[in-house]
Design a protein around this ligand. Structure first.
Ligand code: SF4
Ligand code: SF4
Length: 347
């Protein structure tokens, strides 16, 4: 591990150099909010933000992605043959991703990149990407990352961590991908800033005022939690809008559809949400999660119990707080987690 000092006067020049070998993405002001966008020539990331409204998961896993195309025209030799689309998996870098969002990709990786099954689209996009984090010196009031296995200076899932230190950034190298990016940008002034970064990290962690208790989730009996009486009340106000799942960096569900126009067809996948009534609708008309309560329960049971039971090392949430800030009816995962963690008598 080494730390490079980047004077802000040479920041823009280094980023322009990087654009020669990477497709860059970064936070930019998008009407009232910040979101991750492609940084074209001359465009800089805007670090004057707490966290983006949408997580950067779409850079690896687009909201809509065409997987195959085909022709139904029997006059063509390749009719009815699925053909892979041309995808761009050239090197890309996400500049200024928050540590929680980078860490979220590691949770999602457990779904898309397993020894048994590899989602080629997700895996190729993820492997082509260098993640340059931006430590949170001033976390939001809804952030609870430090009790969700993460933190404002968390390094897992990152290749480089930038720390804003006034007139310059410290860039802490975490992987060889991060070192390569520094070289490509021409940033090479090494500095001994380990102690300063440690102090800033402790100060940032002390600013996280929000927390969740998750210590008892694993020992709860799944069926007890499933049948707990609080679900009706938790779900009462929900309007099943799906916002919580769309903004969440750790939600990964999608639906696959064919779209045919004349003789041309595409097969695409689109983000889906367990909060939508037709998400589990069977072709027979039966719907195993037919009520709002069942859908809300599914979201929380998946993140806070099924995932915990399957992996045994934390919840399927990094504590970014987006679902709390953006739920139109103020359903708060922290309160639900507390209800689940303290339910029943098991230790
Ligand atoms: S954002 Fe709130 S209202 Fe919308 S589906 Fe999620 S919990 Fe329900
Ligand atoms: S569940 Fe909510 S707080 Fe947790 S990672 Fe998803 S959006 Fe962030």
């Amino acid at each position: 591990m080494k730390v490079i000092k980047i004077d802000k006067k040479i920041w823009a020049g280094g980023l322009e150099k990087l654009k020669g070998s990477y497709r860059l993405f970064g936070p930019v002001k998008d009407n009232e909010f910040h979101n991750f966008k492609r940084l074209d020539k001359g465009k800089l990331p805007d670090f004057n933000y707490f966290n983006t409204r949408l997580s950067p998961k779409s850079i690896i896993y687009p909201q809509s992605e065409v997987m195959f195309e085909y022709s139904l025209d029997e006059g063509k030799v390749d009719h009815h043959i699925m053909k892979e689309m041309d995808m761009d998996y050239s090197s890309r870098a996400v500049i200024g991703i928050r540590p929680c969002d980078a860490s979220a990709f590691l949770l999602v990786k457990r779904n898309f990149d397993t020894p048994q099954y590899k989602d080629p689209y997700w895996v190729k996009a993820y492997e082509a990407t260098t993640f340059v984090g931006l430590a949170c010196n001033n976390p939001c009031s809804t952030c609870f990352c430090t009790t969700a296995g993460c933190g404002p200076f968390h390094e897992e899932g990152l290749d480089l961590l930038l720390v804003d230190a006034g007139d310059y950034y410290f860039a802490k190298t975490i992987s060889s991908k991060g070192e390569n990016l520094l070289k490509s940008a021409g940033w090479d002034t090494e500095i001994d800033a380990g102690k300063q970064i440690k102090t800033m990290k402790q100060e940032a962690e002390a600013r996280i005022r929000s927390s969740v208790a998750t210590d008892k989730l694993k020992n709860k009996t799944t069926t007890d939690l499933f049948d707990a009486p609080f679900w009706e009340e938790v779900a009462f106000a929900c309007i099943n809008c799906g916002t919580c799942t769309y903004v969440c960096p750790t939600c990964w569900c999608f639906d696959i559809q064919d779209e045919v126009n004349g003789y041309s067809g595409i097969r695409m996948r689109n983000w889906d949400s367990c909060m939508f009534p037709i998400f589990t609708l069977h072709a027979s008309g039966h719907n195993p999660r037919n009520t709002k309560m069942q859908r809300v329960r599914q979201r929380f049971m998946h993140k806070l119990k099924y995932y915990v039971d399957k992996h045994g090392d934390g919840i399927q949430c990094v504590g970014c707080g987006r679902c709390i800030r953006l739920c139109p009816v103020n359903i708060d995962i922290r309160s639900v987690c507390d209800l689940m963690n303290s339910y029943g008598n098991e230790d």
